[in-house]
Design a protein around this ligand. Structure first.
Ligand code: MG
Length: 184
């Protein structure tokens, strides 16, 4: 499965949760598949989906799911020890690990070579780290939501992109409706 197929499959699980989504194609895909005011589409700041999500989870009680990529986590590797040492049991980091920088043309990442982000997350001290194959993600994600324990999920999948439009919604609108959803 490629990332867009995974997002399509888990969209019903994500629908009622606060979701911070990685810049570029992941946000465009989620927006196209199931746009919700509870989705925060990042239009900048590569690598910071996990950091924004953790901060939001620490600041309030609702479940927050950060959808990130292997390339973005490698860009901001300091996020994993930060997550490990600032536990928010309402926070789930979902790393869709396709072994490539998808949004820039599928150049290979080190996560698709010798570096295991699962092993890195565990070594950083993250308590609940689950590696899962693409087709098995749905139940694992639902269990993480229901379990109310901070969880890092590394979902291994194929690289590949679909053609789709950019998000034309004004960033201020994305921010404002998300803030209302957080407060609501
Ligand atoms: Mg990737």
């Amino acid at each position: 499965m490629i990332r867009s197929e995974i997002l399509r499959e888990i969209a019903p699980i994500l629908r009622d949760e606060l979701v911070v989504c990685n810049i570029g194609l992941p946000s465009q895909e989620l927006h196209m598949i199931d746009d919700q005011p509870t989705n925060f589409y990042m239009l900048g700041t590569m690598g910071l989906s996990s950091s924004i999500g953790l901060g939001l989870a620490l600041a309030q009680d609702k479940t927050v799911i950060s959808i990130d990529g292997d390339g973005s986590v490698l860009t901001n590797l300091g996020t994993l020890p930060t997550i490990a040492n600032n536990v928010a049991d309402n926070f789930i980091l979902l790393i869709i690990d396709n072994g490539s920088y998808g949004s820039t043309g599928d150049q290979p990442t080190y996560a698709g070579k010798k570096t295991s982000l699962t092993a890195v997350a565990k070594a950083c001290g993250c308590d609940n780290v689950v590696e899962v194959q693409d087709k098995d993600l749905g139940p694992v994600l639902q269990a993480a939501i229901d379990g109310k324990k901070q969880t890092v999920i590394v979902c291994k999948c194929d690289s590949g992109n679909i053609k789709l439009p950019v998000i034309t919604m004004d960033p201020v609108v994305i921010r404002d409706r998300f803030m209302k959803a957080v407060a609501g």
